[in-house]
Write a protein that binds this ligand. Sequence first.
Ligand code: ATP
Length: 228
Amino acid sequence: MIEMIDVWKSYSNNVKAINGINIKIKKGEFVYVVGPSGAGKSTFIKMMYREEKPTKGDILIDEVNLSNMKEKEIPLLRRRIGVVFQDYKLLPTLSVYENVAFALEVIEEDPTVIKRKVMDVLEIVRLKNKARFLPSELSGGEQQRVAIARAIVNKPEVLIADEPTGNLDPDTAWEIMNILDDINHNGTTIVMATHNKDIVNTIKKRVLAIEGGRVVRDEVRGSYGYEA
Ligand SMILES: Nc1ncnc2c1ncn2[C@@H]1O[C@H](COP(=O)(O)OP(=O)(O)OP(=O)(O)O)[C@@H](O)[C@H]1O
């Protein structure tokens, strides 16, 4: 369902971040993206939701080619792909409920449908009881759970996570992983960049290791392979 064919990415400062990547990710897979700092993991991930455009090559999500996608088509793509970041990126003046509902309001969903969908998804991340809270009134793990709820409320086919446990203590990181694992078991494809050695070595999944903008390892039930 996700395919990269001979993908290259140079930034305007001439940094060559991705240097010829060919990969296929099947529907329902869970893939860890690992590698040293500066290896190109974030760039690889950003190209999957068209935050960055490849300099060369094709990126296909099902039949849609992101490389020649028009700007006006991007919002439709973002409905099919949920994204979670290390720093949550919640809107600070909106409540938990409003942060999640926002993703549906922008697509003009019916208000009663919005309410049902938001409460359903807050149930999945176990935050129904904090729906009226502001992000600043939540712990880091709770904020990340809101961000996950927002990312999955549109029922995307793919969930992309860039270091989702990077700011969290080990126990909270495990809690987030268990939620991501549940979401994956319900059929959502997950691609997650991470530096968390314990998680990668314990919850075994496919591992793509990137170094110098190339895939240097692709293992079905891989290990982290670097010192933490
Ligand atoms: N917007 C940008 N403009 C110019 N260069 C960039 C930009 N973003 C990333 N780079 C460069 O591209 C290379 C790959 O960066 P990237 O953020 O993809 O690595 P990473 O593997 O995610 O690193 P980390 O683990 O530290 O987050 C680095 O040399 C980085 O400095």
